[in-house]
Design a protein around this ligand. Sequence first.
Ligand code: GRF
Length: 314
Amino acid sequence: MFKKLQQRWKVSPIRLLLILIAFATGGILTGYAGKKLMNFTGIDNPVFYIPVYIIVITLIWPLMVLLISIPLGQYRFFMAYLNKLYNRITGNHSRIKNTGPDMGEPIAPEGNTSLEKFNALKASKTQIKKIAIFASGAGSNAQKIIDHFRHSANIQVAIIATNKPTAGVTEIAGKENIPTLIIEKETFFRGDAYVPHLKHAGINLIVLAGFLWKIPTPLINAFPRSIINIHPALLPDFGGKGMYGDNVHQAVLQAGKKESGITIHYVDEHYDNGDIIFQAKCAILENDTPGQLAQRIHVLEHANYPLIIEQLLQ
Ligand code: GRF
């Protein structure tokens, strides 16, 4: 059970222990403070006492755990935890539900709690934020991201990482004078072999743009909530192993969908599974082929991916 919690929250064993201590102490203090407050109200009829007591402890519990988390150094974890809990209760999921009539237009997220949370954690105005793009294909998204940040004073594409030295994206890296990191399969799947290189280069955000290998857990743990991916469909549908390129569009068309779109999401240890940051939709036209749909999806990707990256890093 502890192992599962550790994986779910992406924390070390020591941090898990501190978090559990904070939960337990927060709970005990909540019970104690709740009783004191109830004495203060003077309610002793059990019909009123129990519901009021439940309301009181529900309200003070977050304060107590936050308070305890400060000396334990787990304040950020609990802020993120409570934020997630709040979003779950209020149903706020940072999703785009509709695109405008012009599907090439960038669309602002309806609620961008994930972005805000990320921004709060990463905000540092003095430092240049560095991106590593991981790609193995033609690299059209990589090119758009490079173009977008070409003249930026505080965001820079610092590395292009690829497992395919012959891929179009490698050519782009050469032409743009961006250092290339050639990733070898065995080394990559050993887990954290590339972490020192990426850390040494000061990478703040890893952007997957057509990178087909599953990201190993040690790499995810080394960059918590700092690895994002773009998927050419509306997750959670049409994702998972083998769902890339035309396979995705073919499946969407075969399912008789009326619309498709793009999903930008955090990366976790499963394919196409992490929290969704942004989605945008486009219509499927009559007699669409996978190739035609792919072209329109690319337009959406190019318009939105650089902007979302910028929002995440600002
Ligand atoms: C994009 O469609 C993206 O959604 C997917 O891989 C494709 C990469 O295309 N993850 P490109 O290499 O950027 O042109």
